[in-house]
Design a protein around this ligand. Structure first.
Ligand SMILES: C[S@@+](CC[C@H](N)C(=O)[O-])C[C@H]1O[C@@H](n2cnc3c(N)ncnc32)[C@H](O)[C@@H]1O
Length: 269
């Protein structure tokens, strides 16, 4: 976080370097991103845990992982904490989030970050490895349209080694229960308002803080040029993901975790 403005805006003490010069605490920025995401997803850690359980079960404890649409690298952070022998490549298009990610993992040669647009058919050519044991992604692919995601799943079948796994945790609402979902939406809205009243930052507020921090302001300006506030793709049910992954060439597909609104789909190559 900004040694200066970022820390102050988020109510944290600024960190200082030699002779009182302020240094950027990227780890604190990463943690503030996690808090903001948890405002939307209180069970975010649980789905990460299940993801990593399945990585271990299917590929062992030294996996080569692709953290797809990595944001600030939250999956990579949890992966390396749990499996110090893992390596990770993070891919994203957002210059501000990638700056936080690169700052957080600076000097860690297990980690590389790649700037790429996942809707560009050529993006896999930018990866440092030909294949991966696991591709992990969370709360991201609903930014794509169904056609873009179908094409992406097809490309992932070429990126994951035979026997490797793709896992996608995202909004995948259950089907055929409109009254249950309406009640859940109202309850969630009330929970979020309570958290906001207690000081939690939502997406817009978090980006306002980022845009006001000198160490990230230019990258934030660039990301708003690329994405606007948020790019809305399609929210598709888990059944669509399972069918589409099968059609893309994955031999086994299943739901590894689910709530009323979200699911973690797993596809074994
Ligand atoms: C809500 S964030 C989730 C980030 C991270 N997976 C996490 O759980 O914290 C969604 C991410 O998807 C990325 N993204 C969306 N569309 C993309 C695209 N076409 N190419 C690359 N990244 C994309 C965004 O830049 C953003 O970092």
């Amino acid at each position: 976080m900004g040694g200066g403005a970022g820390c102050r805006l988020l109510g944290l003490p600024p960190s200082t370097g030699r002779k009182g010069t302020e240094v950027t605490d990227w780890q604190a920025w990463q943690e503030s991103w996690d808090r903001q995401q948890e405002w939307y997803l209180p069970d975010r850690e649980e789905r990460f845990r299940v993801m990593l359980d399945m990585v271990e079960a299917l590929t062992g404890d030294k996996p080569r992982v692709l953290d797809l649409a990595c944001g600030t690298g939250s999956i990579t952070a949890r992966l390396l904490r749990r499996f110090p022998g893992a390596v990770s490549t993070g891919v994203d298009l957002d210059p501000a989030l990638l700056t936080i990610a690169r700052g957080t993992f600076e000097g860690d040669d297990r980690v590389e970050f790649v700037t790429a647009d996942l809707t560009d058919p050529e993006w896999p050519a930018r990866l440092p490895y030909d294949t991966y044991d696991a591709v992990l992604t969370a709360t991201a692919l609903h930014w794509l349209s169904a056609d873009e995601l179908r094409a992406l799943y097809g490309r992932l079948a070429g990126v994951v080694r035979p026997g490797g796994v793709v896992m996608n945790a995202d909004h995948m609402p259950g089907e055929g229960t409109p009254r249950v979902h309406a009640a859940e939406r109202a309850w969630t809205e009330a929970r979020r308002e309570r958290a906001k009243a207690a000081g939690a930052l939502d997406w817009e507020e978090w980006w306002r803080v980022v845009s006001a921090a000198p160490e990230l302001a230019e990258q934030a300006r660039q990301r708003f040029e690329i994405f606007g506030s948020h790019r809305d793709g399609e929210i598709l049910p888990a059944s669509w993901h399972l069918d589409t992954l099968r059609a893309a060439g994955f031999e086994e597909t299943t739901i590894a975790w689910a709530s009323l609104t979200d699911a973690l789909v797993l596809a074994l190559r």
